[in-house]
Design a protein around this ligand. Structure first.
Ligand code: MRU
Length: 343
């Protein structure tokens, strides 16, 4: 599989620089790559979830600044204004603004430096994900029974949610390579079905045994003893270990606490926001009502039905067995590890 997002320098006025993105709206039916040649199309692609997942959004934020810098050489004010528009598209995943700010920090050095910084974000992603996946696999192995694990996941925290490899699914990849995965239960993840459409597609590509379940079946799977651990990604992790992730994660954590099932969150350091004290301070994106009133053009509720559609929820740290990044672990109310020292 190609990178989820990538940079294409182009080769002249007829084919200018652009961001390449796997179109995640089209999967699993069709695998296609979009060429996003303007900041406006990039912003639309973030808003309509062509590109989604916190680390992928971080890389896209940096690439958006690169695109603006190429389009407006010698006009830093316009580049900064375009960068702010990109950063503001989705408020919950801190990675997006982080990626924008990282690329923007090189603006005084010229467009080439901005592009190089954005490409560095892409290049670092796989190594980071492999490191955090290995650390999370160790934690899951220690928490679970001494046999191949039955894992439950929500939304998509795989290669498609990053530049490549994945976070929670990166840990699953690592465990599968160690022969330590019996099965992954993938929640379909209403309303937009990132679990059914994307996680299942990735698990098939990985050759990992899996079953798809409706979100409402997860608690009963735990009650029946079918789940050794829940493993998910994150969109923002507060300083106190509270975690914002796809809507439904909190309900999973409540059910997991009831049944003694550990919940492990796997994310890069770039998702940890030490300026946010607790989950109560995290802005939760609300999305369009029509996402809930139907799917893929099929209407499933009376028109104009009032809707509550938060894209994310916050799981309190107390419900989590561990939050694992590439350099630190939050467990039992405190951060530990090499990266924790710099926090
Ligand atoms: O709305 P989405 O699809 O961008 O939400 C994505 C999630 O909630 C993921 O679980 C999270 O970004 C972690 S991805 C490694």
């Amino acid at each position: 599989m190609a990178r989820t997002v990538d940079w294409d320098e182009g080769d002249g006025p007829d084919r200018a620089a652009a961001v390449l993105a796997i179109d995640q709206r089209a999967l699993p039916g069709e695998y296609r790559v979009r060429r996003l040649a303007s900041v406006d199309t990039l912003i639309d692609a973030i808003a309509d979830l062509t590109i989604r997942g916190a680390p992928a959004l971080g890389a896209t934020g940096a690439l958006g600044v690169a695109l603006a810098a190429r389009r407006h050489p010698g006009d830093p004010d316009t580049v900064r204004a375009e960068a702010e528009r990109v950063a503001a598209v989705r408020p919950t995943a801190v990675n997006l603004r982080r990626g924008v700010e990282r690329a923007l920090a090189r603006l005084d050095d010229g467009a080439d430096a901005v592009v190089a910084e954005a490409c560095a974000v892409l290049d670092e992603d796989e190594a980071t994900n492999r490191r955090l996946g290995t650390r999370a696999a160790d934690v899951l192995t220690a928490l679970g029974p001494d046999c191949p694990l039955r894992l439950l996941t929500h939304c998509n925290a795989g290669a498609l949610a990053t530049v490549t490899w994945g976070t929670a699914l990166g840990a699953v990849r690592e465990l599968a390579e160690r022969g330590r995965v019996a099965e992954v239960l993938a929640c379909e993840t209403r309303p937009l079905l990132q679990g059914a459409r994307l996680t299942v597609w990735e698990l098939r590509e990985m050759g990992v045994a899996h079953r798809l379940l409706v979100d409402g079946a997860a608690a009963s799977a735990m009650a029946r003893g079918l789940v050794d651990a829940v493993v998910v990604g994150a969109d923002r992790i507060a300083a106190n270990g509270d975690v914002a992730n796809k809507i439904g994660t909190y309900a999973l954590a409540c059910a997991a606490a009831q049944h003694g099932v550990p919940v492990v969150v796997v994310a890069p350091e770039a998702t940890v926001d030490r300026t946010t004290a607790s989950g109560a301070d995290i802005v939760i994106e609300e999305r369009a009502a029509d996402e809930v009133r139907g799917f893929a053009g099929v209407v499933t509720a009376p028109p104009d039905t009032p809707v509550y559609n938060p894209a994310f929820d916050v799981t309190p740290a107390a419900l989590l067995a561990a939050v694992v990044t590439e350099g630190s672990t939050f467990r039992g109310g405190a951060w530990a590890g090499e990266k924790a020292l710099s926090r």
